[in-house]
Design a protein around this ligand. Structure first.
Ligand SMILES: O=C(O)CCC(=O)C(=O)O
Length: 318
């Protein structure tokens, strides 16, 4: 278990490393079942509201959202939004976040005291759905400016094999030590984006099998492009940091007032952080799925005052 010394060296030198077979197909199935339940729940709601008249429950996990999107793109968008953006707190996610073989690798990078960052995402990249394509960015571009210098580790994990054709991740090696690159708001599909002329050279695609993990630094530029297949490229991205990195642990959403100094805030103020591993005080570790879901619901981005990150719109760049 864990990363070899050579893999840690590669992570530090290149800004990324891939480790095969961290999650078994049984591990992934638990999560897929939870996600199937979440898709069903949203379909049922849309059907009850008259916005959808078929749930495509007969389709396999890999193609169900493709069919819903082909049939009714507006309803598909609502299903996707109910899962994306940290809104999935259902069965399997806490287990995936605490997965021992993954945490052993994180320990090799940042040490044994580990915080789960508020920013974790489940991404069903549906063929033909333009918000599935994510333009070039560094994850640090999304954090508060006082956090650029801290290490946050992104773990990008495909739930199906990720290929060039279905939109695997692309990374740019060896630029992570050069710091933050200027980002712009209003990029492709509303994401933050590094302007095309500022994207460093040397991008490479990272094709991966389901259940393997791509470890990235928060300053490693990455992007993903069109899914040209018929299957959904499901993936999740989980993030971890050590205890020195600002978080909102021990705080409540009401602590985030407009008067508060931004430098005193969590790197991502808007969603709950949680303790994965605490060698001094294991009682702080988040182990209960129900408590986890309640914590995540209590910290909803819409309820928390978080100042802007100061990036200007892409259309206004000079
Ligand atoms: O999953 C993708 O296509 C993009 C992922 C990404 O940008 C991220 O994990 O920060």
């Amino acid at each position: 278990m864990g990363l070899t010394a050579e893999e840690v060296r590669q992570f530090k030198e290149l800004g990324y490393v891939v480790k095969e077979a961290i999650y078994s197909s049984d591990d992934l199935q638990l999560l897929k079942d939870g996600l199937t339940g979440a898709v069903q729940e949203k379909c049922d709601e849309l059907i009850a509201e008259g916005e959808l008249d078929r749930d495509f429950a007969e389709e396999p996990f890999e193609t169900r959202l493709t069919r819903i999107h082909q049939y009714n793109p507006e309803a598909a968008h609502k299903v996707l939004m109910s899962i994306w953006s940290g809104r999935f707190h259902g069965p399997g996610i806490l287990k995936a976040l605490r997965h021992r073989p993954l945490i052993a690798c994180i320990e090799d990078i940042i040490g044994p005291d580990i915080m789960g960052t508020s920013i974790y995402r489940i991404r069903p990249k549906v063929p033909g759905y333009s918000r599935g394509e994510v333009p070039w960015h560094q994850d640090a571009g999304y954090s508060m400016a006082h956090c650029y210098e801290y290490l946050m580790v992104t773990c990008w994990i495909p739930l199906v094999d990720a290929t060039l054709e279905n939109g695997c991740l692309w990374v740019i090696p060896k630029v992570q030590d050069k710091g933050i690159i200027r980002h712009y708001t209003g990029g492709h599909a509303g994401f933050l984006e590094i302007a095309p002329e500022s994207v460093p050279e040397g991008a490479i695609p990272v094709e991966m099998s389901a259940g393997s993990v791509l470890f990235l630094t928060n300053l490693t530029p990455h992007a993903s492009f069109e899914n040209e297949t018929d299957i959904v490229r499901w993936s999740m991205d989980l993030r971890y940091q050590d205890f020195s990195v600002p978080s909102n642990i021990g705080e409540v959403p009401e602590d985030y007032t407009p008067e508060r100094e931004p430098v005193t805030m969590a790197c991502h103020p808007g969603e709950a952080y949680f303790v994965i591993q605490d060698t001094q005080n294991p009682a702080r570790e988040m182990r209960d799925p129900t408590a986890f879901a309640a914590l995540r619901r209590a910290w909803d981005r819409k309820k928390v005052h978080a100042p802007g990150r100061g990036w200007t719109p892409l259309g206004e760049r000079r």
